[in-house]
Design a protein around this ligand. Structure first.
Ligand code: 2FM
Ligand code: ZN
Length: 341
């Protein structure tokens, strides 16, 4: 029996760009639900938080493909996913969404507090810009030839043939997915979380948690060993939480900045006592996630929470391997037969 008085258990906010499938359920939502039921059976005070992640580039890509707006995409999938979870008996205390007003305000205020504390580095970098579409291009909106395996259809963030992770400027003959034109490099200002400066604090935090699952602890150690780099917390995009600064028109918060704050805003929607679930040292915070979310929950979100200074930090982050089907990761777009709806 540990000393914690209450538990805040979260399950990764799924992107509202496709139905829930059995891989999501087996890897994240079912284990979280079982754990919450166990805590409740022992009479513990627990909130179980989830909701739809409604920002980010994947949603804008789906909207373009379907010829509808991002808002229409998330409205369709939010309710579909909520219903699937209910039908499967996953008993969240609340299933919210990041397009809610409470969330926009919470994420915006969180960013502004860190900005006012001088936490962010302001940096001008060169990003690809589509002159025809008149917008900066997210990494996924740029395709080109992979410098590693010559795949002509690699994305600006990754080559799906050889698995190499890329930067858009690594691509040979880059092309904008919006207009088919060759993009140009243009300067833009963004706000970076200085993970390099925060590394000693993050390292001390991670080292206190050698009891985490080996895949989680191991991945954290490997990130730390490589050395953390500043990471942009804002993006030149028109879909998301607006950056609450004067000189930040057409910029939104990076989806991985706003999404985990979604856990906090959903708790706010659930109860006026939300602070005790996020700020009291006697609360145990646990994030159930899939393995591709490890760095965001174990390094970036804790770095944000530490920088704020008022919050407790995740005490455990159980992440499961993906459920495979015929040797391949189950995916929303490929394996329609395993959708839950
Ligand atoms: O990988 C995903 O599906 C993300 N939408 C998970 C977000 S978890 C949290 F940070 F909100
Ligand atoms: Zn490649």
């Amino acid at each position: 029996m540990n000393a914690f008085k209450r538990h805040t258990v979260t399950a990764a906010l799924p992107y509202a760009n496709g139905p829930v499938h059995i891989g999501h359920l087996a890897g994240c939502y079912l284990p979280a639900d079982i754990y919450v039921r166990y805590l409740k059976a022992r009479g513990r005070d627990v909130v179980f938080i989830c909701g739809s992640d409604e920002h980010g580039v994947p949603i804008t890509i789906r909207a373009r493909k379907e010829g509808i707006t991002p808002q229409q995409v998330v409205d369709k999938y939010h309710f579909l996913m909520k219903e699937s979870f209910e039908k499967f008996g996953i008993a969240f205390s609340i299933y919210s969404r990041t397009s809610s007003e409470v969330h926009h305000k919470t994420a915006s205020d969180f960013f502004k507090k860190l900005y006012d504390k001088g936490v962010f580095d302001e940096s001008v970098t060169e990003q690809y810009y589509d002159e025809k579409a008149q917008q900066f291009l997210a990494d996924r909106y740029i395709t080109g030839t992979c410098p590693n395996c010559q795949n002509p259809n690699a994305y600006g963030d990754q080559c799906e043939r050889c698995g190499t992770s890329l930067s858009p400027t690594d691509l040979i003959n880059p092309v904008s997915a919006l207009s088919g034109e060759k993009p140009v490099l243009r300067e833009t200002k963004n706000w970076f979380l200085p993970l390099d400066k925060l590394q000693p604090k993050i390292e001390a935090y991670i080292n206190k948690h050698s009891d985490w699952k080996p895949n989680v602890f191991g991945q954290c150690q490997s990130w730390l060993k490589q050395g953390l780099h500043p990471r942009a917390m804002t993006r030149d995009l028109d879909w998301g939480v607006k950056v609450p600064l004067k000189d930040a028109e057409n910029k939104v918060l990076y989806v991985w900045f706003d999404a985990p704050i979604g856990y906090i805003s959903a708790t706010k929607e659930l109860t006026k006592d939300w602070e005790k679930y996020w700020k009291d040292k006697e609360t145990r915070l646990i994030h159930f996630i899939g393995k591709d979310n490890i760095v965001f929950h174990c390094i970036i979100f804790p770095a944000m929470l530490m920088s704020d200074g008022e919050y407790i930090l995740p005490d455990n982050v159980p992440a499961n391997e993906f459920l495979n089907l015929e040797g391949q990761k189950i995916s929303t777009s490929r394996n329609w037969a395993v959708w839950l709806h």
